[in-house]
Ligand binder design. Structure first.
Ligand code: SF4
Length: 476
């Protein structure tokens, strides 16, 4: 997400600020995962619907909302440092109000008002409909806190305002919350219990995106494989439903099939998958639809069954590798990425070796790799001492990163000499004479412009070389 660098906030004369009555101009800054990016677009929609103006310059704002992440301690420290920088804006604009929303807000609640003097508002991920009323409280000189988690809220009637998108590719959330309770994870505490969106609202949102010229959507959820619509309500109530309700429920395979069939000219992606819930029916749907991305993000977290049990991950190393085998048998050109944690409490050199050997067995295209960061309130923090010394955590993490980099390079080499359909997303970062886009495998491709294409076009590109992270080619 957009981690902004430190700004110097030059003084801006009052008249240039959007001075209307009250806190009319809102600047939203987003940290963390795609769910947060999508939530910032939902917040923008709710506020615009109430007559607020979203500004992209914090110096012009009456209200700054920071959408926060709590997945690791570092993410929260980043937000605290950012608040220090906003102090200089406040010096130039004493009426400025600042709000923290999202996972860190949910985790720390009203404690943030005590800990951070700059903070006036704290709102959890299920409280965004109440933001206009909370802003009213600020205008009346009160602080505002709402961190109630909901069993129903999916914001499915709110059309996100795509402030985080490039106009070609958009996120569409299909579930909120998570029921899995992995011992290291704060998400179930900061985003609540799992609930799925009505498939009709998902199809309508994608139709509107298509009509606006979007060419790709990513179906979004903490664990898309456990998507289950049976008329509304939390997933945990599904099993209490009468047989006819359960029989007519829509699961992820069904949803993905409907979306792919309804929008054959759009690319359909999804994230994040979960090894314990992914079914062969989902694999079949991917294989059946040429417009579904040949890319699966499938976190494995550890290669050791002992550590997987301590993480409360509901699969074994063998089951994970068997799933990979079934996916590759059915979809040979699939690209795979993962999440992995180094140095989980109790992890031995033998456990670490099993993580490295699993990576050797799979040879992933890409990975998100982290050292274990104890999160207060999680089961791991309660049950286990964070006993792997920092030095060893980092050494193991570096070994994992080195192995992944070598595997990524090798996987990228497989593209050279072949031609792929690329969806152009925009200019290459390094040169305006080149386009940047992605293959169906989500691999980044950069190629020279020919003057006959534009962002949003699907073009064929012959791959001539790779930098290890990017493919270089020519349009054919
Ligand atoms: S599946 Fe596990 S790691 Fe992922 S969001 Fe849920 S609890 Fe967290």
């Amino acid at each position: 997400m957009n981690q902004k660098s430190a700004h110097t906030f030059a003084r801006i004369p009052v008249r240039e600020r959007g001075r209307g009555g009250g806190l009319r101009h809102v600047y939203i800054e987003t940290y963390g995962c795609q769910m947060n990016a999508n939530d910032s677009e939902i917040i923008a929609s709710i506020l615009e619907g109430q007559g607020y103006t979203i500004t992209s310059d914090p110096r012009l704002a009456d209200l700054i909302l920071v959408n926060t992440c709590a997945v690791r301690d570092k993410a929260e420290q980043t937000v605290r440092n950012r608040l220090k920088q906003f102090k200089s804006i406040k010096r130039h604009n004493p009426d400025l109000k600042v709000g923290l929303v999202g996972c860190m807000a949910e985790r720390l609640k009203d404690k943030l008002l005590e800990e951070e003097e700059l903070v006036d508002l704290v709102a959890g991920p299920d409280a965004y409909r109440q933001l206009p009323a909370m802003i009213k409280d600020l205008e009346d000189g009160r602080k505002a806190v709402n961190v109630l988690l909901s069993l129903e809220e999916t914001y499915d009637d709110i059309e996100p305002v795509h402030i985080m998108s490039n106009g070609i590719s958009a996120f569409v959330s299909i579930t909120r919350g998570c029921d899995n309770m992995c011992t290291f994870c704060v998400v179930p505490y900061t985003r609540g219990r799992e609930r799925s969106r009505n498939p009709e609202t998902i199809l309508r949102e994608i139709a509107r995106l298509r009509d606006k010229g979007f060419k790709e959507v990513t179906l979004l959820g903490q664990n898309v494989d456990s998507y289950l619509w049976y008329g509304g309500g939390p997933k945990k109530e599904f099993y209490k439903q009468p047989p006819e309700v359960r029989a007519s429920a829509v699961d992820f395979a069904e949803l993905l099939d409907r979306v792919a069939a309804a929008f054959p000219d759009m690319r359909i992606r999804f994230t994040t998958s979960n090894p314990q819930d992914m079914t062969d029916r989902v694999i079949d749907v991917i294989a059946r639809h040429p417009n579904v991305g040949r890319y699966i993000h499938l976190p494995f977290q550890s290669g050791s069954n002992r550590i997987l049990r301590r993480m409360n991950r509901q699969y074994t190393r063998e089951q994970y590798l068997d799933l990979i085998r079934r996916i590759r048998e059915r979809i040979p050109d699939i690209a795979l990425s993962h999440d992995v944690i180094a140095g989980f409490p109790g992890e031995t050199e033998e456990d670490h070796a099993q993580t490295l050997s699993l990576m050797d067995e799979v040879v992933f295209d890409f990975g998100y790799m982290f050292a274990y960061s104890e999160r207060p309130g999680t089961a791991a923090a309660r049950l286990y001492e964070d006993d792997v010394p920092r030095g060893i955590k980092i050494r193991r993490l570096n070994e994992i990163i080195a192995k992944q980099n070598a595997h990524s390079k090798a996987r990228m080499k497989n593209y050279v000499g072949r031609t792929f359909e690329v969806l152009i997303e925009g200019n290459s970062k390094k040169s305006d004479a080149h386009w940047m886009g992605r293959t169906l495998q989500n691999a980044v491709v950069v190629f020279p412009k020919t003057g006959k294409e534009k962002p949003g076009d699907f073009v064929n590109v012959h791959i001539e070389d790779t930098t290890g992270a990017t493919l270089l080619g020519k349009r054919v």
